[in-house]
Design a protein around this ligand. Sequence first.
Ligand SMILES: *Cc1c(COP(=O)(O)O)cnc(C)c1O
Length: 351
Amino acid sequence: MVAEKCPFAEKMVTRTVDLRSDTVTKPTEAMRAAMATAEVDDDVLGYDPTVFRLETEMAKIMGKEAALFVPSGTMGNLISVLTHCDVRGSEVILGDNCHIFIYENGGISTIGGVHPRTVKNNSDGTMDLDLIEAAIRDPRGEIVYPTTRLICLENTHANSGGKCLSAEYTDQVGELAKKHDLKLHIDGARIFNSSVALGVPVDRLVRAADSVSVCLSKGIGAPIGSIIVGSKSFIAKARRLRKTLGGGMRQVGVIAAAALVALQENVGKLESDHKKARLLADGLNEMKGLRVDPVETNIVYVEIEEGLHISAGKIVKNLEERGILVMDVSPSRFNSSFNNIQSVINNRNNC
Ligand SMILES: *Cc1c(COP(=O)(O)O)cnc(C)c1O
């Protein structure tokens, strides 16, 4: 009798390597233990001691006066932009390839009535200083102009493949903002990755910023939450706005406890993520038909050349059958000439 071919032989999955995103982590044992035993109280009333500890710690790390725990990075950016632009008819200058402009449902406009003015993002995540300056409205100008109030940067810049903005560049944008009496906000969802990759302390990286939004649920692997930091008066206004948006949470120390563990356990592991990402990129670059831009942090974007005659979607499916999870992030699924796959390395998920 001829042995039947095992139907799973070709797709034998012994373990999963999950590279979809750095957000797909599960809380560690230490995080769950901290959550179970967290001291809590009502944080809307300002009494939760664990949230207080997290906010105090983050303000210190970021070199700012105060901090506010928020449910997500999207809400952190929204609150920050709206706090700086609290007058109707405000305009914000931001990159045309940045997260706030592309992936946040246009919330700054639909909820805040803030007008976005985009400036071209370079492939390294920066915007040219002269283009930023040219986009600033002349306050003595005609009555037809909105009023520029804010500039937003993103560090690392996600859509550019996790590129780091230097402290020097950020300072230059900060000086430009000051010169024109504008505020500077940094979407620092992955600011710790940038700090580790550049070898520059995180407070130095954001010194020029009036506010920073930092995701705890990305590279450093907390299950939920973001933090915004800034001056005491900025955070006081932001706290009020958080309540308006429905982001005031009660005994939220349960979540903050996990974030405190993440800060302690995981910032030191980011360098290893970056090494793995570079290793993956080098390997992929040796394969015909694939192109990967230089990797600076934990994000690896793979471009599939047209000559390969296979779509990103198909490759993603093939990999999935072999236990490797990645994401199809082609800019348009209606235009097959752009095919991109994203893999994000985070040692806290199964790889
Ligand atoms: C993920 C991300 C956000 C938003 O964070 P959420 O917690 O998913 O709302 C903002 N900016 C950048 C650059 C991000 O990568």
